[in-house]
Write a protein that binds this ligand. Sequence first.
Ligand SMILES: [Zn+2]
Length: 79
Amino acid sequence: MMNAVDREPRFGFEEHQVFWNEQGAVVCACCHIPYPGSDTWQMERWEEITPEVMASIAREGGSVKCEGCGTVPKRVIHG
Ligand SMILES: [Zn+2]
């Protein structure tokens, strides 16, 4: 069974950080994120979804959710 309580951000990231890549995969810092700067990271063009980007997605009626654990980022700027 999966232990959902064990949420440990990787590579010195913080738990609230969420990332996506060129293919539109969304993954939080606790899930299967490639090592920053690695070949995979660069090849798949991983980037952090900044609060500004999240806010604009929300404004357009969209949402961002981690594909690994279903986490929805909390830090959305309202207004
Ligand atoms: Zn996750």
